[in-house]
Design a protein around this ligand. Sequence first.
Ligand code: NAD
Length: 298
Amino acid sequence: MSKIAFIGLGNMGGPMAANLAKAGHEVMGFDMVKASIEVFVGHGGKAAASAAAAVAAAEVVVTMLPAGPHVRGAYLDTQGILAAAKPGALLIDCSTIDVESARAVAAAATDKGFAMIDAPVSGGTGGATAGTLTFMVGGPDAAVGRARPYLEQMGKTIVHCGGPGTGQAAKICNNMILGISMAAVCEAFALAEKLGLDAQKLYDVSSKSSGQCWSLTTYCPTPGPVPTAPSNRGYAPGFTADMMLKDLKLAQQAAQATGAVTPMGAEAATVYQLLSAAGGGAKDFSVVLPYLRGKLGE
Ligand code: NAD
């Protein structure tokens, strides 16, 4: 069993860290929010007073933070992880961040003799709790090999995508598909309503036709056809529209930096930007449908 530091005990990090503690590791947890540390202690973790204190004796450090600036700060600050961690520690960043930040932090870690991987996840809070996340991993073979047993205790599918930053690249490409497909499914239901076509009938056809996709058959944005979808519980998340907006912005930023042509991704980002400005950002990302119907507040 290993000594693990877990930094960022929010909606995703909390249950992921709890699964590592449940597997028998000694897990020191730290978060800016004290209440999150207390919840983690209730799940078998140990409380640390700072990130530096959490990582001081750890063989493995896992971070699950909101965005690139948080990750850069947590690793690169003068009191940060690279300054405070034990020589040779394995560093695993599971946050969803921009590829550029992921590569910059990995390069700084490598310069200091640490092994580091980017390992963003898919599967949401349900997958984090159940230990069934999908990890998209970027980094050198040896570091990925060291990380695999720990990732397997938090997830069930681990794909090594390539060198540093390619885990983040896979994550933002996947979520760009998801954001575009959800917007497309919502537009189809909005149009069907105007044409006098029953939503259930559109579902019955498209779920068995070439329009079939995850956004339709797992997260169906109209209440009824898929009982477990957030649309049946007032669009409570799930995965918030603001998180989708963040990922679509990351995709646009990456497209601009590399010259990739992604007009549909740009349109999807605009839809989520407008929806968020209209007050729907904290709802599930399938809330695009009531937004298009002009019924966001209902
Ligand atoms: P969250 O806001 O619930 O948790 C982030 C936590 O990090 C917060 O508790 C915050 O207090 C803490 N934090 C911020 N800066 C810190 C610092 N310097 N030191 C210590 N703690 C710090 O967010 P989340 O839903 O857990 O998401 C985390 C990451 O996972 C994000 O990058 C998100 O895009 C990604 N993600 C989320 C989901 C989801 O369904 N929620 C799914 C896949 C990926």
